[in-house]
Write a protein that binds this ligand. Sequence first.
Ligand code: PEP
Ligand code: MG
Length: 317
Amino acid sequence: RRRAALANAARECRTQDGVRIEAFANLGSADDADAAVRNGAEGCGLLRTEFLFLERDSAPSVDEQTADYQRIADTLDGRPLIVRLLDIGGDKPAPYLPIAAEENPALGLRGIRVGLAHPEMLDAQLRAILTVRPAGQCRIMVPMIASLAELRAVRAALDAAAAAIGHTEHVALGIMIETPAAAITADLLASEADFLSIGTNDLTQYALAMDRGNPAVASDLDGLHPAVLRLIARTCEGGAVHGKWTGVCGGLASDPLAVPILIGLGVTELSSAPALVPEIKAVVATLTIDACRAHAAAAMNCISAADVRTLARSFRP
Ligand code: PEP
Ligand code: MG
């Protein structure tokens, strides 16, 4: 079994009919990078950088951040590392960030809105990421984008940071699709973003108007809701208009029942919890694209997430 697991870990992730699907892992600490590599992850699709910023009295310096990102990049040993810009605010407060108490933190100053409101923090993080070697291993991902103007502001900040430290290599700048606004306008965003990665946790919360932290609605918060699936389809179509790939780094990418549907909708990168990478790769290896497409089309026409789950349980690739 151990040999089979190791063979699976080493194998490139493809569907049965040979379509390449990148099997990445989500990391929330330097330790997670070890687990990802041991489990056969082909890269990191989401490094949640919050771990560096929370539970301390001042923001981490450029050097501190660089050291942490470099350690993770080294552990990944050349595999792509998608670093998400800081995603704190409202519900994830940092003592040194003066954000007034908000009545609706999920709809307030969070994600990239915080970075744009604190340009010195954004600049420090961008410089730290650009300093990691080899250049190009790190890609940058922007959380909670709701409009093209925000992406342009981040790109301007990235260009300024690169110029300030003499960084000349191209660095990929992608965005998370977490708001219905971003999903619906994915074609506009993809004209200037290098890749799209769907954060299904937030996208589901905002599409269904259900607070992901509220236990009273948590049981109904399911990314397989047909409304969310249609937003994912729209995102993949928007990305494809400009030849940009779409991935999923939210919880749906760790759900084996969801994987055939996501691939059928056009997703080509799945970033899951490190421990689940072997299972996700095994599921992908059983699939054919035509069967996934037909399955996804049927799922989008279901009337509830529960019906999609019933359908998904009977899916035979
Ligand atoms: C998401 O929203 O799906 C996501 C991956 O980001 P986070 O869970 O960190 O908000
Ligand atoms: Mg999110």
